[in-house]
Design a protein around this ligand. Structure first.
Ligand code: UDP
Length: 487
């Protein structure tokens, strides 16, 4: 009967760390419930999943990878199979256009494997049509929180940004549970370009249409974190959504946490040993996600600000255009002076391992949603420094609604402004997060949220139950459409 048949779900994330990492965790969560999970990606992105797939075998759960290839007509340069490579070659928009050419290869896989459902990234609007061709549900994954989903939808419906005369004049986003103010300079690309004739604008419009036709939305968040927005999204905006996070919490041990994302640029054990030698809550972790890059002048200000704060730190500086000109951003004698007090990771950090270490007491973050939620899960107060995309929305959630963070004072997308945040502002925000009464209050609220996060994913918790509910619906859908076929 249908009860005993194993459910098979395809997962197809956008090829970017911030999407592939949480999607891998979601695949794992499904696999832990006995679902067969298949991750679909392109050849050069497969290595990112290999550790998880290997581990799955040890854990006795079923995760597979299937490969699809960009056709030659996509005209992507050699090696350019993810957003990070596309960004470094300044062909962002070409990359998004090329992803649409994955429709045919994906459909071929669907034909071959006949899964029961496909979870596809919001950036692949055509996946809803592909799923429909095979009579299976398509779920959408955005990679952000319910607060930001509500804000985006409200911006689209009411366009409050049209009521101000300049890019720097704040406006209120109407009809939300809280009074949220933003400026046009802080809006994500999908709010800026939604009604603009551009490739990206068109993609976003199609993404919204396809989402409305989809089976629903999977959100990496948990009910207790943003209850007003979970309710608003479902009841006021009428969306079908399941919050099943924090998905990063499915990584229990060091090996799982280290196996997430790219291979770390440092020896994980060295890093943990260094942290072991520190007092609880005494180290600040500074990281701006997988894609943000600052100009040398801004990196210089960060170094000076961290030193002036007097706090111990781990600072992740992404290798990239900054790599060859290190002397330009590193203050004279900085690393020598900071010996034992702080260190720089050049490249990729084992972020989950660091955040979860008891010596870490604060997080300077760009407010990418994965990082933000990983910080919440670790019970950490934050300094918020949004850089691009929907990060200014996430900042409001952290500072204004959850009240577990202080803003560094970023006013607009970093890519546009260079070194707009000065060392004094960085010093001040870091101190506010780490010392004094306000810091203690934020820390205790953050710790409470961290506990709630863990409860949410435990048996009987809100995220646990939502995932069960979703899997149950997928089973029912599968068996009813099977019956339909038999008639
Ligand atoms: N990450 C990491 N090491 C790094 C930088 C990032 O492990 O040096 C991980 C981080 O834990 C998170 C993801 O990469 O899971 C970044 O996603 P996020 O949404 O925070 O930001 P994005 O990279 O999409 O801007």
């Amino acid at each position: 009967g249908s009860e005993t048949r194993q459910l098979h779900v395809f997962f197809f994330p956008l090829m970017a760390q911030g999407h592939m990492i949480p999607t891998t965790d979601i695949a794992k969560l499904f696999a832990f419930r006995g679902v067969k999970a298949t991750i679909v990606t392109t050849p050069l992105n497969v290595p990112l999943f290999s550790k998880t797939i290997q581990r799955a075998k040890d854990l006795g759960i079923e995760i597979h990878a299937q490969i699809i290839k960009f056709p030659a007509e996509a005209g992507l340069p050699e090696g350019c199979e993810n957003l990070h490579a596309a960004n470094s070659q300044d062909i962002n928009s070409k990359f998004f256009t090329a992803t649409a050419m994955l429709q045919q290869p994906l459909e071929q896989l669907l034909q071959e494997h006949r899964p029961d459902c496909i979870v596809a990234d919001m950036f692949f609007p055509w996946a809803t049509d592909s799923a429909a061709k095979f009579g299976i549900p398509r779920l959408v994954f955005h990679g952000t929180c319910l607060f930001s989903l509500c804000t985006s939808e409200t911006m689209r419906l009411y366009e409050p940004q049209k009521n101000v005369s300049s890019d720097t004049e704040p406006f209120v986003i109407p009809h939300l549970p809280d009074q949220i103010k933003l400026t046009r300079m802080q809006l994500p690309g999908f709010a800026r370009e939604i009604n603009v004739e551009s490739d990206f604008g068109n993609l976003i419009v199609r993404a919204i249409e396809s989402e409305l036709k989809s089976f629903g939305v999977i959100v990496n968040s948990f009910y207790e974190l943003e209850p007003a927005y979970a309710d608003h999204y479902r009841n006021v905006l009428g969306r079908k959504a399941w919050h099943i996070g924090p998905v990063s919490l499915c990584n229990k041990d060091t090996e799982d946490k280290a196996g997430r994302g790219k291979k770390a640029s440092i020896d994980e054990h060295e890093c943990l040993k260094w942290l072991d030698s520190k007092q609880p809550n005494s180290v600040v972790y500074v990281c701006f996600g997988s894609t943000s890059e600052f100009p040398a002048s801004q990196l210089h200000e960060i170094a000076m600000g961290l030193e002036a704060s007097g706090q111990q730190f781990i600072w992740v500086v992404r290798k990239g255009k900054t790599e060859d000109a290190e002397e330009e951003w590193l203050p004279e004698g900085f690393e020598e002076r900071m010996k034992g007090k702080g260190f720089i990771i050049r490249g990729w950090a084992p972020q989950l391992l660091i955040l979860d270490h008891q010596a870490v007491g604060g997080f300077v973050t760009h407010c990418g949603w994965n990082s933000t939620l990983e910080g919440v899960s670790a019970g950490l107060p934050m300094v918020t420094w949004p850089v691009f995309a929907e990060q200014f929305y996430n900042e409001k959630l952290v500072t204004q609604i959850l009240r577990i963070g202080v803003g560094v004072g970023a006013q607009q997308w970093a890519r546009m402004v260079g070194d707009s945040v000065k060392r004094e502002a960085i010093e001040k925000a870091v101190k506010r997060m780490m010392v004094g009464e306000e810091a203690e209050e934020m820390r205790s609220r953050a710790k409470e949220l961290g506990k709630m996060a863990r409860r949410a994913v435990e048996q009987g918790g809100s995220s646990w139950s939502d995932l069960n509910g979703l899997i149950e619906e997928l089973r029912l859908h599968g068996s009813s459409s099977k019956q339909g076929n038999n008639i």
